[in-house]
Design a binder for this molecule. Structure first.
Ligand code: PMP
Length: 329
């Protein structure tokens, strides 16, 4: 019988699907790796499991311990489902730009959630980095995975995401395109694909305009889960061959198109990554591109998929591309 012993065993082995309607004709093949099909709904399940396994092996996390992490939601879900299996408590610290629905999901898994202001510097005592450091130190048995610095984040992608993509494309992939948040995905997956292809696979990072990875000053942007105002240790900037900056407006318009035209209800960082992938696809029509879609769209229904929210920031709805005048008849 094919029955997993626990939901956390079903992390990884996500499928690739061809993008069709959003890819202009004459462009390259673009295949999306659909990470919302992980049990916790995002790519972060992969690093959660690996970081917990390593912490147990190193004696950093002991029975009855508490996992304390600054997370915008996805890493928290992954950690929460692994913690559930192994009897750990979880305290997550989220910046206030994160949607209420994402916070509610963490609480539904039994985690405690502390919300901190987005608009303070990382070294400020109220920043989500500082608050999580303090809680990890104060809580007995507390352990902070620190996805921004933990080498097991990139290692999980080197061991799982990279090999999966290589096998799924029969080694024919020419370009990996991925957003950069902690940098773990692009560092681990990109490093593996470059090594196995002996440098043939090109790695393209995608970043919100304003973030440091594409040369910005760290000014705010609305897309969640990607971009930074500092350089995390999980990111090896020598792995990407280039980093493309994409605006919030373009990211959100493409996110809506992915649902409407491809049947893919995904998050804003997915729209952002696809915009980057399409730039490569138009420039290099013979390429075989894999773009990583980190999470699903349900956590963004009140934002990217809400016309009023979009209009309040001056973004168009994204539906203009598919509706012709007179459609209502
Ligand atoms: N998109 C979303 C929605 C995320 O939560 C994350 C993780 N922060 C990423 C993209 C980026 O992944 P990574 O941290 O591995 O760079």
């Amino acid at each position: 019988m094919q029955i997993a012993d626990h939901i956390s065993e079903l992390i990884g082995s996500t499928p690739l699907v061809r993008l069709n309607a959003v890819v202009p004709s004459g462009s390259a093949l673009v295949a999306a790796k659909v990470e919302y099909l992980n049990p916790g709904g995002s790519i972060k399940d992969r690093i959660a499991k690996k970081m917990v396994d390593a912490a147990e092996a190193e004696g950093l996390l002991k029975p009855g311990g508490t996992i304390v992490e600054p997370t915008s939601g996805n890493t928290g879900v992954g950690l929460a489902l692994v913690a559930q299996q192994r009897g750990y408590k979880c305290i997550f610290v989220c910046p206030d730009k994160v949607g209420q629905d994402k916070i509610d999901v963490l609480r539904a898994y039994g985690a405690e959630v502390r919300v901190t202001p987005t608009a303070v510097a990382p070294e400020h005592p109220d920043s989500y980095y500082s608050v999580s450091d303090r809680l990890a130190a104060e809580t007995p048995g507390g352990w902070k995975p620190n996805q921004y610095e933990n080498p097991n984040g990139p290692a999980s992608h080197y061991e799982s995401t990279g090999p999966e993509i290589w096998e799924q494309t029969d080694g024919e992939i020419t370009h990996l395109v991925a957003g950069i948040g902690t940098g773990g995905t692009i560092t681990g997956t990109g490093r593996y694909l470059k090594e196995i292809s002996k440098g043939r696979v090109k790695v393209v990072g995608v970043d919100p305009e304003g973030s440091v990875y594409s040369g910005g000053s760290g000014r705010p942007y609305l897309v969640e889960g990607v971009g930074e105002d500092m350089w995390p240790g999980a990111y090896d900037p020598s792995v990407p061959d280039e980093v493309i900056a994409v605006s919030d407006a373009e990211s959100f318009a493409m996110t809506r198109r992915l649902a409407l035209e491809e049947g893919l209800l995904v998050g804003g960082s997915c729209g952002m990554a696809v915009v980057g992938a399409l730039r490569v696809a138009e420039r290099e029509p013979d390429a075989k591109i894999v773009v990583i879609l980190p999470d699903g769209g349900r956590g963004y229904l009140g934002k990217i998929f809400d016309d009023e929210w979009m209009a309040s920031y001056g973004f168009t709805s994204g539906e203009e591309d598919t509706t012709t005048v007179g459609d209502v008849l």
